[in-house]
Write a protein that binds this ligand. Sequence first.
Ligand SMILES: Nc1ncnc2c1ncn2[C@@H]1O[C@H](COP(=O)(O)OP(=O)(O)OP(=O)(O)O)[C@@H](O)[C@H]1O
Length: 337
Amino acid sequence: MKKIIFVVNPISGTQSKELILSLLDEKIDKTRYTWEVVYTKRAGHAVQIAAKAAEEKADIVVAIGGDGTINEIARSLVHTDTALGIIPCGSGNGLARHLHIPLEPKKALDILNEGCLNVIDYGKINNTDFFCTCGVGFDAFVSLKFAHAGKRGLLTYLEKTLQESLKYQPETYELETENGVAKYKAFLIACGNASQYGNNAYIAPQAILTDGLLDVTILEPFTVLDVPSLAFQLFNKTIDQNSRIKTFRCKKLCIRRATPGVVHFDGDPMETGAEVNIELIQRGLHVVVPYVEERDPANVLQKAQEYVNGVKLMNEAIVDNITDKNKKIFKKLTKKG
Ligand SMILES: Nc1ncnc2c1ncn2[C@@H]1O[C@H](COP(=O)(O)OP(=O)(O)OP(=O)(O)O)[C@@H](O)[C@H]1O
């Protein structure tokens, strides 16, 4: 009998976790698995739960949450024989999407019964592990705003992105890799182990989870005229073709900036000094993934649907943002009048 520990983050995303848990009895193969469900009680708790599970030789620890929950669990599972499983339940679900794990809970549970094991890379940013993406600049700044927003979900994320993008000023960074040193003025520098932030926003579209390399994407300063093509290419997996983007691959990267500041790892913010050291460790984490044959057909349909949903949500967020601003302007004008 194999042992699964389900770790539920009650605050991740906006989906009902109870609905997912009610499916376990029906979906999990009882002839092969026994299981236990543990709720996290606070940020960081999943690190301890997963460490204990690995110590007790559990076979799989399943994250019922988003990339932050996965990060906490996976940190304790690297270089052990305990595998990570994922029932995507976050706001962005970047790693799950990269691995073609279905977002529908019933189908994601099927993967635990029918999937196979892969061993993927992970990274470290100033010695903190990340599994999907990390970076400095605008995306790190938004992760800080999102962490303090008091609510989660894609709409909150878009709202924060739109609010902050108007004010954010690019910084100058010195980048050192095994291939040399270069300076860039940049809006953001993203480092991908996986290809996307989540929500199919492909910031490092060519990233491969098993190649031992970081995919670095530098977004240089841009004008408002560049925004439509940048947004389109971000979701279309072609942002590396934009003239405002520079990309390269490396094993290690040192980013030096003028002052200490915030970075993000898997979407969570962290304050660091002016020097940020990032490296990639090859093949350190076992993950339960779908068999290759199961990935493609569903995935094309899923992606088309999600692309349409993403564009729709972005439109709604932009309209809400404009409506909100107009209301404020109208209020001011009527007060003055
Ligand atoms: N019980 C808890 N109470 C408060 N915070 C928690 C609890 N359990 C975990 N957390 C924190 O919640 C944060 C958000 O979780 P997670 O990243 O999984 O969801 P998300 O941000 O909605 O999804 P995604 O990362 O996919 O966008 C994590 O950084 C984690 O530290």
